[in-house]
Design a protein around this ligand. Structure first.
Ligand SMILES: Nc1ncnc2c1ncn2[C@@H]1O[C@H](COP(=O)(O)OP(=O)(O)O)[C@@H](O)[C@H]1O
Ligand code: SF4
Ligand SMILES: [Mg+2]
Length: 331
């Protein structure tokens, strides 16, 4: 168990993820430890940011929540319904209320289909045919003029427009929870802010709760209520977005913060993303191999505060202030 002290009581929680483990076979009795026993929850209407550098397990966690594929172990509960450990048909029925937006919108769309069909696609799978008016209204809601894009195929759209189609397709299913996995990372900087704004608007308009995954600290901070910082498959720190700059104290979070220009941290979303890529992707040393993660604290090979205890015992998440949790022996 990696500590559940940060979990909130039932009632307002729309999603509960407990003891999530994702491993991939890697030949000769080896396995990739992509996500190693993490737990977290999501309140109704909340945006939880998941932040960490490339390869730390963010997408694996997101996909495991979606059951694409199901996790190696652990449980996922959506609005009180278990998605794990239940028959596949039951899982799929409940999972409908959980939708995901991917990093690369162009490859997420079938290149042969037209926009009108792509937006209806999610409901088609359930044997439900949305009316033309519903599809048009959804296109308008995501900022695409229906008459212009109706018969277009993905290659006739920009990356930002493709991401809008993906968002429309997900929203057609009226999800309770939307998982956004690096939704703006592949887009031009000028388009990133527009898509972030659309997600924020859609969240309010459609009553969504959101998990927002990204490696860019300024982007995550600009949209999240709480932020969960991950390193090599583990949770380092969980903190309110407003407390991040002043109170985050895990050595890894401090390292991420140090690599972000100060202006980017106080900016509104539209300005925050005008920065060059920052945060984890540019830290000096490479991640250790997830095939054989370091013993004890996984961050110890890069941590300026590491001592003997860090190699021997894994630090548990503990509360260090109101709504602030971190896993470290030395802070
Ligand atoms: N299908 C897979 N098979 C084997 N290894 C994988 C697979 N998907 C991801 N990984 C590995 O799992 C680790 C976590 O990857 P990922 O979840 O994509 O991280 P992130 O989204 O944070 O960049 C990485 O080491 C990655 O190479
Ligand atoms: S437990 Fe040790 S290695 Fe890990 S973050 Fe804390 S001081 Fe660094
Ligand atoms: Mg990823």
């Amino acid at each position: 168990m990696s500590g559940t002290v940060h979990m909130r009581p039932d009632g307002e929680r729309v999603l509960v993820v407990e003891d999530l483990v994702v491993e991939f076979p890697a030949g000769r009795d080896q396995k990739v430890h992509a996500v190693s026993d993490i737990s977290f929850d999501l309140l109704n209407g909340e945006t939880l940011g998941i932040l960490g550098e490339s390869g730390c397990g963010k997408s694996s966690a997101g996909r495991a929540i979606m059951q694409l594929p199901p996790p190696t172990s652990g449980s996922v509960t959506l609005s009180g319904q278990r998605l794990t450990g239940v028959p596949a048909g039951e899982m799929r029925r409940h999972r409908r209320k959980l939708q995901m937006i991917m990093q690369d919108p162009v490859s997420a769309l079938n290149p042969r289909r037209k926009v009108k069909d792509l937006v209806a696609e999610g409901l088609d799978i359930w044997g439900e045919k949305p009316s033309e008016d519903d599809v048009r209204a959804m296109l308008t809601a995501v900022g695409l003029p229906p008459d212009v894009v109706w018969d277009r195929r993905p290659h006739e759209l920009s990356g930002g427009q493709c991401q809008r189609v993906c968002i429309a397709r997900a929203l057609m299913l009226h999800p309770g929870v939307l998982i956004c996995d690096e939704p703006v990372s592949s887009l031009d900087v000028s388009v990133q802010a527009q898509i972030l704004n659309l997600l924020q608007e859609s969240k309010a308009r459609f009553g969504l709760s959101m998990i927002f995954i990204a490696h860019d600290l300024a982007v995550v901070k600009s949209v999240s209520d709480r932020i969960m910082i991950m390193y090599l498959g583990k949770v380092c720190e969980i903190i309110g977005s407003a407390d991040l700059v002043e109170h985050a104290s895990h050595p890894y979070t401090r390292l991420l913060l140090a690599s972000v220009p100060e202006a980017a941290l106080s900016a509104v979303p539209a300005q925050a993303v005008e920065q060059k890529p920052t945060a984890g992707e540019t830290t000096a040393t490479e991640l250790p191999s997830p095939l054989s993660p370091p013993s004890g604290c996984r961050f110890r090979t890069r941590c300026p505060l590491a001592n003997g205890r860090c190699a021997e015992a894994e630090p548990e998440l503990r509360e260090v202030g109101p709504g602030r949790f971190l896993a470290c022996h030395n802070v």
